[in-house]
Design a protein around this ligand. Structure first.
Ligand SMILES: Cc1cc2nc3c(=O)[nH]c(=O)nc-3n(C[C@H](O)[C@H](O)[C@H](O)COP(=O)(O)O)c2cc1C
Ligand SMILES: [Mn+2]
Length: 493
């Protein structure tokens, strides 16, 4: 049974012992973020804060986070057995992302229980944390879904793009031009028109999973992919101030417009980013001027902490590792690269270093993988490791070993490709290369590490003409039989 809304998700987590309610008074200013970070580091439960300092009597008094902050809870959200491993989860995402369930337009829903318009709008009525001490503001858009519509095709998009409270009715946001939302904004800007935008906070957990994963979609939107993931159609209602659509049972929806004129931009950034560092320069950004807010009675605000460094994982990496791997694999298949047998993006590198496994059928096969992936506009896969199908991409030792003994720089196994689209949040770039407007995001040099066996190596005659010597760590079967038979005799148990 699909979850109806965030409340059902919270109840399910509680029933499974995966939720902690915090009734002690907690300050939105750094304290909440610090508690969440500590819980993340300890691989702890989902959190429902019920007593936030200064929020008694406000429109919104409850705050939820960490719902999908473990593999177990990702499985729970997807309806999979709790111990399902990432090998299976990647395949599950890939299969579900390959089809859609149509959404359904309904006349109204609980999200319309309270509607505030115009001068009465006050985003400070929501308990939005200041997450990290050097953040440029209170980041309201973290695990939210930003809804836009393509003015040419009419297609909807739901994407997760960071944004902070500017004024009580404004949200400057980092919606980079290469992203779907950014492409929509660019089209409105070219027409000199304001872009209608809606932001959804708190619904079924599949919303955040799909809105933050760069799935290709043409002729349908992320809502139909959420439908596929949750195996039930998404019920949508029309916004009050535009023809955008939002889930009928969402907790909170903000509606507004982004002016095409840079004169209306407001300052945004920096923010604690996915790299584990602060990122994104403080600068004027496209800004949602909020015209209307609708929310359920006693709504629950949802947010998340970004940023992963060794041993410290953010909430989203628990699904992003699998959902991004699935998208990458799907892309390679769609482009027509043969024999891709696996894709894995280890959680700590978020989407930066990607491992692809192939059953190699020609010399240039790994190069083809790189060309294909880097030919898309997705700003991931800065570093790409390609291995043969005897190397387990989920095994760090196997990857290290392949990199050590199957690469040879003088034979072209490391290929760099400069000047591609990249991430402006990557601190290894000089500042001038992080110009979102010049580069669509940033200027990356990508690198392929081709750790497949090089077919240009001449066969070694002493080992029966095989291209690579046999594994000396394999015990000769005859001797292995003898040793197994005498094992106890040697004194082993
Ligand atoms: C927690 C989180 C925060 C994100 N913040 C941003 C952001 O500020 N700007 C951005 O362009 N992408 C951001 N992303 C990545 C996008 O959500 C992702 O690329 C997604 O595919 C965007 O939707 P789209 O493909 O429809 O453009 C974020 C992802 C996550 C998980
Ligand atoms: Mn999209």
């Amino acid at each position: 049974m699909a979850l109806r809304d965030l409340r059902e998700w919270v109840s399910l987590l509680e029933e499974k012992g995966e939720l902690k309610r915090i009734q002690a008074e907690v300050d939105w200013n750094l304290e909440l973020g610090a508690i969440f970070r500590k819980v993340l580091n300890e691989r702890g439960p989902a959190l429902l804060f019920e007593n936030i300092k200064g929020y008694k009597g406000a429109w919104c008094q409850r705050f939820f986070c960490n719902g999908v902050g473990s593999r177990r809870r990702v499985n729970l959200a997807l309806g999979l057995p709790p111990d399902t491993g990432y090998r299976e989860i990647v395949r599950f995402f890939k299969e579900r992302f390959s089809r859609q369930i149509p959404s359904e337009l309904v006349p109204t829903g609980p999200v319309k229980e309270n509607i505030v318009r115009g001068g009465d709008v006050d985003l400070f009525q929501f308990p939005v944390p200041k997450w990290h001490h050097l953040d440029g503001g209170r980041y309201i858009n973290t695990s939210a879904g930003v809804v836009t519509r393509d003015p040419d095709t009419g297609e909807l998009n739901v994407g997760t793009y960071r944004g902070m409270i500017g004024k009580k009715n404004s949200i400057p946001a980092l919606i980079v031009p290469g992203q779907h939302g950014g492409i929509h904004l660019g089209k409105y800007q070219a027409r000199g028109e304001a872009a209608p935008v809606a932001v959804v906070y708190g619904w079924d957990p599949t919303l955040f999973m799909v809105s933050s994963t760069p799935v290709r979609h043409k002729g349908f939107s992320e809502y139909e992919l959420m439908g596929s993931l949750r195996a039930a159609s998404v019920e949508l209602v029309k916004c009050e101030t535009s023809d955008l659509l939002v889930p009928a049972t969402a907790e909170i929806v903000v509606e507004g417009k982004i002016s095409p004129s840079p004169q209306d931009y407001e300052m945004e950034g920096p923010f604690g980013e996915y790299t584990g560092y602060y990122g994104g320069m403080r600068s004027p950004k496209p800004t949602i001027q909020v015209e209307c807010v609708s929310f359920r009675n006693n709504p629950i605000f949802r947010g998340t902490l970004e940023g992963t460094s060794p041993g410290r994982w953010a909430e989203n990496v628990h699904f992003v590792c699998a959902s991004f791997s699935a998208v990458c694999w799907q892309l390679l298949e769609q482009i027509g690269v043969p024999n891709v047998t696996g894709v894995w993006i280890p959680p700590v590198t978020d989407s930066t270093t990607i491992r692809v496994q192939i059953k190699k059928i020609y010399r240039g096969h790994a190069k083809q993988v790189a060309n294909a992936l880097w030919g898309t506009n997705f700003y991931f896969a800065k570093n790409l490791i390609v291995v043969d199908d005897d190397i387990d991409i989920y095994d760090d030792e196997a990857i290290e070993w392949a990199l050590a003994y199957r690469t040879n720089a003088t034979m072209g196994d490391f290929v760099t490709f400069p000047g591609t689209i990249g991430s402006n949040l990557d601190p290894s770039l000089p500042l001038k290369d992080r110009d979102v407007y010049r580069y669509g995001a940033a200027k990356w040099t990508r690198v392929l590490m081709d750790a497949t066996i090089n077919w240009e190596l001449e066969p070694e005659p002493q080992f029966g003409g095989k291209r690579y010597p046999p594994l000396s760590t394999d015990i000769d079967p005859e001797v292995a039989g003898l040793v197994a038979k005498r094992w106890r005799e040697y004194g082993f148990s």
